[in-house]
Write a protein that binds this ligand. Structure first.
Ligand code: FAD
Ligand code: A2P
Length: 364
């Protein structure tokens, strides 16, 4: 899917007045939700101890959005003047027998003026070389960044992506996606036009005690890989001065074991940080759910509903959803059932989590 950065930028700008209005209240309340309306709200706020609101606020908003992350780099390089980077690495993330093609690709960002910097959870735009059928330059495609801001080599001069080649059949022909094929085929040394960074939806909280629940399908693992490196890679921890002490729980969906992405790294984090990291896989074409269908991450969510909702009740818990757009209804359904079992109403709870800046979704 081509995605316009102008849309992202414009979308961000129209929120500025709203955000300015909310900052004052945020300073007073410092809480995601100010008005308790139901058992769901109470559950959400249970362990928070907010300062009392002023007696008669002139027009109290029900919800005060978090205003952290004010210094996030956005659109340093725009489509009209992209950064020309050099590919340093491009290798397959899949094992023998896997379905399709998914690559880890790294670009050198050194030498830019201004420097192209980003933080974990952002995306970059790629302009594929060549022209479309109308002879016009190809449109930008967005990709979630899979590296931390220090980059895979910790030198703060690179960015990595996790790209699945789009392939589908049409009228008996195999169609290859323009940009994903361009990226999967690209060789080290070749130049690539990069824009961005963009996105503030998938940023991590600053809090070292935060709990991070991650729901990923396929390449939706990209931002989660960056989070987990930031949390558990020794050199990363030493550099970033962020001593993660919360609980991180990754639900990862892949069609086959051979399709699991960055699996060895995650197994390694699990063995080194058993108190802080939980890793739950859903291998759709090898495992069956309780109804005999393909095992998806939403089935794993249901299996772990009690523990998950106990975590969600903690105001320091954030949930991140990334990958296939198609998984959203399934996750919602699982959350409805799981919430019900705890006497909670998901349709009430989800918007509250969203407004509190604790429900983060990037699907495509
Ligand atoms: P295109 O040549 O643009 O083809 C896509 C078009 O093909 C579709 O718009 C549709 O019209 C058509 N099409 C697709 N499937 C079918 C089908 N089955 N039958 C018929 N027609 C079909 N991708 C990643 O791999 N990794 C990421 O980390 C990643 N992050 C993203 C983050 C964001 C915020 C967004 C918005 C998208 C992200 N994507 C990611 C998706 C990426 O931007 C591209 O959309 C994807 O790579 C396909 O682009 P393409 O140029 O290869 O395909
Ligand atoms: P499947 O393709 O077996 O139906 P990848 O991007 O590597 O193909 O991985 C995506 C994973 O997400 C696969 O395991 C895929 O299963 C699974 N998946 C497909 N549709 C959904 C959905 N609606 N909800 C959750 N997971 C899904």
């Amino acid at each position: 899917m081509a995605y316009s950065e102008a849309t992202v930028l414009a979308g961000g700008l129209v929120h500025i007045p709203i955000l300015i209005g909310l900052v004052g209240f945020f300073q007073k309340f410092h809480l995601g939700i100010t008005k308790k309306t139901s058992k769901t709200s109470e559950a959400l706020n249970k362990s928070a101890q907010p300062p009392k609101p002023p007696e008669k606020p002139s027009s109290p908003p029900k919800v005060v959005k978090k205003t952290a992350h004010q210094n996030v780099p956005v659109n340093t390089y725009k489509p009209k003047s992209p950064f020309e980077s050099t590919v340093t690495e491009n290798y397959s993330l899949l094992k023998e027998g896997a379905i399709g093609r998914v690559n880890h690709i790294t670009f050198d960002l050194s030498g830019g003026n201004p420097k192209l910097e980003y933080i974990e959870g952002q995306s970059i735009g790629i302009i594929p070389a060549g022209e479309d059928a109308k002879g016009k330059p190809h449109k930008i495609r967005l990709y979630s960044i899979a590296s931390t801001k220090y980059g895979d080599n910790f030198k703060k001069n690179s960015v990595s992506l996790c790209v699945r080649q789009l392939q589908y059949e049409k009228d008996g022909q195999t169609i290859n996606g323009v940009c994903s094929t361009y990226l999967c085929d690209i060789k080290p040394g070749e130049k690539v036009k990069i824009t961005g960074p963009v996105g503030k939806e998938m940023l991590l909280p600053d809090d070292e005690d935060a709990n991070i629940i991650m729901l990923a399908t396929g390449t939706g693992i990209a931002p989660m890989r960056a989070y987990l490196r930031k949390m558990f890679e020794p050199t990363e921890r030493q550099k970033n001065n962020w001593d993660f002490k919360g609980k991180a729980w990754l639900f990862m969906g892949a069609p086959k074991t051979q399709n699991l992405l960055y699996d060895e790294d995650f197994e390694n984090y699990k063995s080194k940080f058993p108190e802080n990291f939980r890793y739950t896989k859903a291998i759709s074409r090898e495992e069956k759910n309780s109804k005999g269908g393909r095992m998806y991450i939403q089935d794993r969510v249901l299996e772990n509903a009690g523990e998950l909702f106990a975590l969600i009740e903690n105001p320091k818990t954030h949930i991140y959803l990334c990958g296939l757009k198609g998984m959203e209804p399934g996750i919602d359904e699982a959350m409805i059932t799981a919430a019900k079992a705890k006497g909670l109403n998901w349709s009430e709870l989800r918007p509250q989590l969203k407004k509190a800046g604790r429900w983060h979704v990037e699907t495509y």
